[in-house]
Ligand binder design. Structure first.
Ligand code: UDX
Length: 428
């Protein structure tokens, strides 16, 4: 199939590489010419394991990138819109870029093409796009929804071996063509209406965010008694209705999807008249989590003022350099406000950190864990990068009182205590 993907952000680039790896001819399109120039040289503008290898295998063969709609669209049968949908000031999804892409692609559409939306958009969006495209083309086209469920840091694998492919379409020929395209992915193909596909995407993310918030609340209760959250998870996991996965308490969820999708679904629910919905509360609990935890730790470490703190892990999670809604941002801002002296470490996100974090005379960055902890009063292991989790902190224990905050419960508390740290975990 000849496929165009509009928007070379995270989802667009990964999708382009993955469809190309299935033998399709793919053109990636973006209005940002510097991004396109980089991609045409095989350089991916963000860190994602395995992605640049995949791009380079197909570049100049069945994969190319352009800024020109006239070049990207004409003979292609499937046009996928994967542009960003930032949140508007009322929390709903801002569809400006999706609508602009629809308008720009329309005059170039070939007869009988499919325009599919991969961007996360609320139900009803296809009804808005239909007249925008129809106004600027005489070609016959159909619309579909193709939501994505990939995780950053594991995106290549998630896309090559997805848990499921969701096709949201009403037209049978469109369903057949999209089903044929996705059959080699070797995953269950779920065909539903466009609205169900879009609600399904929001629901999956909102549920996962609920799960995280729920276990964080339980962890907070464990902190009030003698229970250990890891043991509580052992108790609940064998129940098939619950399961053992995705139960890692911590500083709350971050990233480009969960916070935004929860807020959007909450705003959408409000628009429909459901004012008191769980999602509003979910968002509030997640937003207040970091200051609440840092206040509690403050009591345990005798205040943050003048403390040297090594913040280990700045990206929002391991295996990415993405710092959108990363816990490090709120954490470091809070610590600086409280008078702490902070050194940040991350294996991949130091460059992103320069712009994502405020410049401050009490904030420095370090390329090595060893260096970051040389004067630390508090070691704050924020993100579970293997480099951090596998590091032997018993070897770097200093000859002074030191606290070790294990924000993702990844470390052996008794080993660290034996080495002389005051160990503080989540729900322990
Ligand atoms: C998520 C969804 O998983 C993906 O399906 C969707 O398409 C986009 O959003 P992503 O944001 O890349 O993907 O990250 P994910 O690994 O799901 O983690 C999201 C956040 O939840 C991170 O901040 C992570 O640290 C946190 N998390 C995850 C927890 O706090 N506890 C957990 O048990 C799991």
């Amino acid at each position: 199939m000849n496929i165009t993907i509009i928007g070379t952000g995270f989802v667009g680039v990964v999708s382009a590489a993955v469809y190309a790896s299935h033998g399709h001819t793919v053109t990636g399109l973006d209005i940002d010419s510097s991004k396109i120039a980089q991609l045409n040289q095989g350089k991916v503008p963000f860190y994602e394991p395995g992605l640049s290898e995949l791009i380079n295998q197909h570049l100049a063969k069945n994969l190319n990138f352009t800024t020109e709609y006239a070049e990207a669209i004409p003979s292609n049968e499937l046009i996928i819109i994967a542009v960003g949908t930032p949140s508007a000031s009322d929390g709903t999804a801002d569809l400006t870029y999706v609508k602009a892409a629809a308008k720009s692609l329309a005059p170039h559409l070939a007869e009988n093409s499919i325009v599919a939306i991969k961007s996360t958009v609320p139900p009803g969006t296809l009804d808005h796009l239909q007249p925008i495209i129809a106004k600027h083309t005489s070609a016959r086209f159909t619309l579909a929804s193709l939501p994505e469920f990939l995780r950053e840091g594991k995106a290549v694998n998630d896309s090559l071996e997805p848990d499921r492919v969701v096709i949201g379409a009403n037209n049978q020929e469109t369903i057949d063509r999209l089903t044929k395209l996705h059959q080699p992915f070797n995953a269950p193909i779920i065909v539903v209406s466009p609205d169900s596909a879009q609600m399904g995407k929001y629901t999956a993310n909102a549920y996962l965010a609920t799960r995280i918030t729920f276990i964080n609340q339980i962890a907070d209760l464990c902190d009030k008694n003698g229970a250990d959250i890891d043991q509580v998870i052992q108790v609940i996991s064998p129940d098939h209705r619950i399961g053992p996965h995705y139960w890692y308490p911590g500083f709350g969820y971050g990233g480009s999807c969960f916070p935004k999708d929860v807020k959007e679904l909450a705003a959408y629910a409000k628009q429909t008249g459901l004012d008191h919905n769980l999602l509003v509360e979910l968002n509030r609990l997640n937003e207040e989590r970091i200051p609440k935890l840092l206040r509690r730790f403050s009591e345990q470490i005798d205040g943050w003022d003048d403390k040297q703190v090594a913040v280990l892990g700045l990206a929002f999670k391991p295996h990415t350099n993405d710092m959108r809604e990363a816990p490090s941002i709120k954490t470091i801002e809070y610590l600086l406000n409280e008078g702490a002296i902070v050194t940040g470490y991350d294996p991949e996100a130091l460059k992103t950190a320069q712009t994502a974090l405020p410049s401050h005379d009490k904030l420095t960055f370090s390329k090595s864990i060893n260096e970051a902890v040389t004067q630390a009063d508090v070691v704050l292991a924020l993100i579970e990068w293997p480099q951090i989790v596998e590091f032997d902190f018993t070897q770097t224990k200093l000859n002074k009182p030191q606290w070790f905050i294990d924000a993702r419960n990844q470390f052996n508390a008794s080993e660290l205590r034996e080495a002389g740290y005051e160990y503080l975990g989540i729900g322990k």
